[in-house]
Design a protein around this ligand. Structure first.
Ligand code: ARG
Length: 664
């Protein structure tokens, strides 16, 4: 158990003695927290105030009763009661020192306990649509999913990772259409990956062109007209006499006018896109010739699904090429999956799913489609369309059934863009009705990656940025930084090979860390400058901190002439200064940070922790001479703290999927 959990457990005991019902305990124990300011001790309990109110007693009296019931004597100094009834706890120095000393002989886990209740998790992540180039959005799923896998595994859970590829949807219909209409007939069976990507992009842009002209433009025009009418109506109203009301009315007018401006610029953008296609001699001609392309792409997809021999053959032939590119990306990111069971894997189960749902009276026909109506949802979940086609959700239901039958998980986590939340709400509701009420189904949603302009991240030309070029650019920039950072001393210079390797780790680490350090549910602005900064909460700073600690050991080795630094597992830890003590406490709190991640599946708890640790280390290093410590014992203790910091940083980064560098 970690320190915070141990303290909370004591509070729970004390709260029960004061008459709190077991069901209400967590309302109060959740108010026992790591303190934000050392002057309030290391941990702080704010539960005496609400409990006092509840029991009708003065909070300070309740606090005193809680304190009297706590059995924390071995770990903490006598708790202090402050202000209206805050309980401040300070960890005993000798307890801290002995804990930290214990970590020295536990290099694998640094005192992080294994969970007492291991579960089986299936983590569905990355899951790109093949044939479509991966983009920056997929990286979030991949990076967050990978970090969660690593952290849950480290905590002692069984983790099954599954890449639920979109290998059977419309995007393949686009390739099929492209192969049949735009590829050299003789070369039909011989397309390179570049050619497939070109075909996909071409068909996609034609589909989009027609869709924009026929659907999006008219819809946007209607919205604009409506907004303009509202704006005109609002500004025609004479202002109310009351000053406050007049101000509010004026504000409303301004907001509406701003909305009109926004819609006009959106419309101009769409019109420009359409015009660009028409102005392009080749593209314009193709667009005119392939007016029905949207429908036909759907037909190609439907033919694939119904087992059409040509389409199946082309699909079999070209799927591997699409996968190769993705695999190269995963290898570069250091991500691997236990399973890659794409949507196609479940195709022969879909009929059975719909049949079963109908037999159980969960689904029924409505307007020709087969739907599951859900309480509290305005729209039903469609599981089979009028034309017989199955949907994304039908596949997801079949997937749940398969996973439950084969792996019997306690939880299935879906690391997917927040724009799919409605899909998952419906999916989980249907799955529960269908009999899968016992498994924890969680949508691990994440926000959008934005560009400087606050809009979804795009290149200057407007295309969404391919993942490979994104990584390349980060690595190039890291290389420039590494080259520039060169120390003048020849022995400190990295060789070209080392520099390339370090740049790869720093560049990829920067992208991953930036993704993980943001609260996953919020959008974030993608900025190479920020993510590669050498100070602040960045991978580069963590990697630099790690390399800096390691350089001390390089020095120790050089001075002693021994092949390895002497880091004795039996060193006594001395915590004579506030900086040493703060660093020791931070080391002990690694387990708490990891626990937080496994509680709400947010890796940013770990990045925040690592930043905190690196900051404490930096303060320690400024104030406490290590190699020149006054006594041999102090030197051994401080070296041990350095060693543990390095190990924790390395372990922490590794759990985020980020590699350290020994020198940079
Ligand atoms: N292929 C989907 C996409 O790129 C994500 C799939 C997520 N997983 C799932 N079981 N639905 O949008």
């Amino acid at each position: 158990m970690n320190l915070l959990a141990a303290i909370r457990e004591q509070f729970a005991r004390a709260l029960v003695l004061l008459g709190v019902e077991p069901g209400e305990l967590s309302n109060y124990t959740s108010l026992v927290l790591t303190s934000q300011d050392a002057k309030f001790g290391d941990y702080q309990a704010n539960c005496a105030m609400p409990l006092g109110k509840r029991l009708g007693k003065p909070p300070r009296e309740v606090a005193a009763q809680l304190v009297a019931a706590l059995e924390l004597g071995a770990i903490c100094e006598r708790p202090e009661i402050a202000g209206p009834g805050f309980i401040n706890l300070r960890v005993k120095d000798d307890w801290l020192a002995s804990q930290v000393a214990g970590f020295l002989s536990d290099p694998e886990r640094q005192g992080v306990p294994q969970t007492a209740s291991p579960r089986t998790y299936v983590i569905d992540y990355s899951s790109p649509n093949v044939a479509k180039p991966m983009h920056v959005g997929h990286i979030r799923s991949t990076v967050i999913g990978d970090a969660l896998c690593r952290i849950l595994k480290f905590a002692g859970h069984q983790v099954i990772s599954d890449n639920h590829l979109g290998d059977w949807g419309t995007q393949f219909g686009m390739i099929l259409y492209g192969l049949k209409h735009f590829a050299d007939a003789k070369a039909l069976n011989n397309q390179t990956l570049e050619e497939l990507t070109r075909l996909y992009k071409l068909v996609n842009s034609l589909v989009e062109y027609h869709d924009t002209r026929k659907e999006k433009l008219p819809a946007l025009e209607a919205r604009l007209a409506e907004a303009e009418r509202t704006a005109a109506r609002l500004s025609a109203v004479s202002p109310p006499s009351d000053a406050k009301e007049a101000k509010q009315a004026a504000k409303k007018v301004r907001q509406q006018e701003a909305a009109v401006v926004e819609l006009r610029s959106e419309l101009a953008e769409l019109r420009a896109k359409v015009a660009a296609v028409e102005a392009d001699a080749t593209l314009g001609k193709l667009a005119a010739e392939h007016a029905g392309i949207g429908q036909q792409v759907l037909q190609e997809t439907a033919r694939l699904h119904s087992g059409d021999a040509t389409n199946i053959e082309l699909w079999r032939k070209y799927l591997p090429a699409c996968l190769t590119e993705m695999e190269a990306m995963y290898a570069r990111l250091g991500v691997r999956f236990d399973h890659t069971l794409g949507e196609s894997y479940y195709q022969d189960r879909l009929r059975g799913v719909v049949k079963d749902l109908c037999e159980k009276k969960l689904a029924r026909e409505s307007d020709g489609a087969i739907c599951v109506f859900l309480e509290g949802h305005d729209v039903p979940m469609i599981v089979q369309k009028q034309d017989g086609a199955f949907l994304y959700g039908t596949t997801d239901l079949a997937t749940i059934q398969y996973r439950m039958n084969h792996w019997r998980p306690d939880a299935i986590l879906y690391v997917v863009d927040h724009r799919q939340s409605l899909h998952f709400e419906q999916l989980f509701a249907v799955a529960r009705l269908w009999g899968y009420g016992g498994v924890e189904l969680q949508h691990i949603a994440f926000g959008t990656v934005l560009g400087d302009d606050g809009k979804p991240f795009k290149t200057r030309s407007g295309a969404s940025v391919g993942l490979a070029s994104l990584l390349d650019e980060a690595v190039e920039r890291a290389y420039a930084i590494v080259s520039q950072n060169d120390d003048a001393r020849p022995e400190a210079m990295l060789s070209e090979v080392e520099r390339r390797q370090v740049a790869e780790r720093i560049g990829i680490g920067a992208i991953k860390y930036a993704d993980l350090a943001h609260n996953r549910t919020s959008d974030y602005v993608f900025s190479y400058d920020k993510m590669l900064a050498m100070t602040g909460n960045t991978a580069a700073y963590m990697q630099y901190s790690y390399a800096r600690v390691k350089s001390i050991f390089t020095k120790v080795i050089a001075d002693s002439g021994l092949p390895v630094a002497d880091t004795r597992p039996d060193a006594t830890i001395l915590l004579g200064t506030p900086q040493e003590r703060a660093l020791a406490l931070a080391l002990v709190q690694f387990a708490e940070a990891l626990d937080r991640v496994t509680t709400d599946y947010r890796p940013n708890h770990l990045t925040a922790y690592l930043f905190d640790l690196a900051t404490h280390y930096s303060t320690f290093f400024e104030h406490c001479p290590v190699l020149r410590a006054e006594t041999e014992a102090l030197r051994a203790s401080r070296l041990a703290l350095c060693n543990l910091t390095a190990r924790t940083l390395r372990q922490g980064l590794e759990l985020l999927g980020i590699e350290v560098v020994e020198r940079m």
